[in-house]
Design a protein. Structure first.
Length: 188
């Protein structure tokens, strides 16, 4: 088991890490404001976004999303979705949310198999999809649109700067940004 990455002390790595944390904090605040009328839901969403920000920093540094973090996140999302559905008396909603999480991971697995996406992103797809699935397909579609657009813009900028197609781009930060956008949309 590896320890968390050492913080970048200088240079572009420090700037990148601070930018990811700042965006993650802003996204968490935006989601909390969007869901302020549902105080029982807010801690769950904040926790998912804080862990997603942590994963984003690790992914930007190491190009991986560690199982030791993604696994507990997935388990926690599953437990919260089931508990919330039980409390609401709507287990069908939990089934839909968890099914959307599994379907998201399955689609990302197909992308992984044809190349271009890591297995960490595939595994992160389950809590990503299940969290958004609680709010329905509209939240997921907003998240997918933002994730794809942000990742595509960065990839295009890298290509324009002369970086080859073999340059690896961490996708976790874009997934976290899309997750936040989908949750803000769902709360509004």
């Amino acid at each position: 088991m590896s320890s968390p990455p050492a913080p970048a002390s200088t240079g572009p790595g420090l700037v990148r890490d601070r930018l990811i944390v700042a965006v993650g904090l802003a996204a968490t605040i935006a989601v909390l404001l969007a869901h302020r009328d549902a105080p029982l839901r807010a801690p769950w969403l904040a926790a998912v976004l804080v862990v997603s920000t942590w994963l984003s920093v690790i992914d930007a540094r190491q190009h991986r999303l560690p199982n030791r973090i993604v696994g507990p996140l997935a388990a926690g999302v599953t437990v919260v979705v089931l508990a919330a559905a039980w409390a609401d008396g709507d287990l069908g909603r939990a089934g839909r949310a968890l099914g959307i999480g599994l379907a998201t991971a399955a689609v990302l697995l197909i992308v992984n198999l044809v190349g271009g996406l890591g297995m960490g992103d595939v595994k992160y797809g389950y809590p990503f999809g299940a969290t958004l699935g609680w709010f329905g397909l509209d939240a997921l579609m907003v998240a997918v649109l933002v994730t794809t657009a942000a990742g595509g813009l960065v990839a295009a900028a890298l290509l324009a700067r002369g970086r080859g197609r073999d340059h690896r781009v961490s996708y976790g930060p874009f997934m976290a940004l899309g997750l936040a956008a989908g949750l803000v949309n769902a709360g509004g």
